[in-house]
Design a protein around this ligand. Structure first.
Ligand SMILES: [Zn+2]
Length: 89
């Protein structure tokens, strides 16, 4: 028996950094409506006004409308910043 040297190199696929795009919202946010995405921006209507800190203007907001960029729920945007950003893109 010829020992065929066919041992495959187990090409370890480098697991790319999962950016968590399209991640489900945290339990804190009860989404009742998802608006059509504008590029990387997606706006959501919540069941009740929820307090969050806008990642752009750094202000604490309490609103039913929140927006994410690239599905990042840890970097929420307020309605004002959402409108500002999409008006410039
Ligand atoms: Zn803002």
């Amino acid at each position: 028996m010829a020992s065929a040297d066919s041992s495959r190199v187990n090409d370890h696929v480098s697991s790319g950094s999962s950016s968590g795009q399209g991640a489900a919202p945290p339990a804190l946010f009860e989404v009742v409506k998802v608006y059509p995405s504008r590029g990387p921006m997606t706006q959501y209507r919540l069941a009740s006004a929820t307090t969050f800190t806008c990642s752009r203007c750094q202000r604490q907001k309490t609103a039913k409308l929140v927006a994410t960029r690239n599905g990042q729920w840890d970097a929420l945007l307020c309605n004002g910043c959402y409108g500002f950003i999409i008006s410039r893109e």
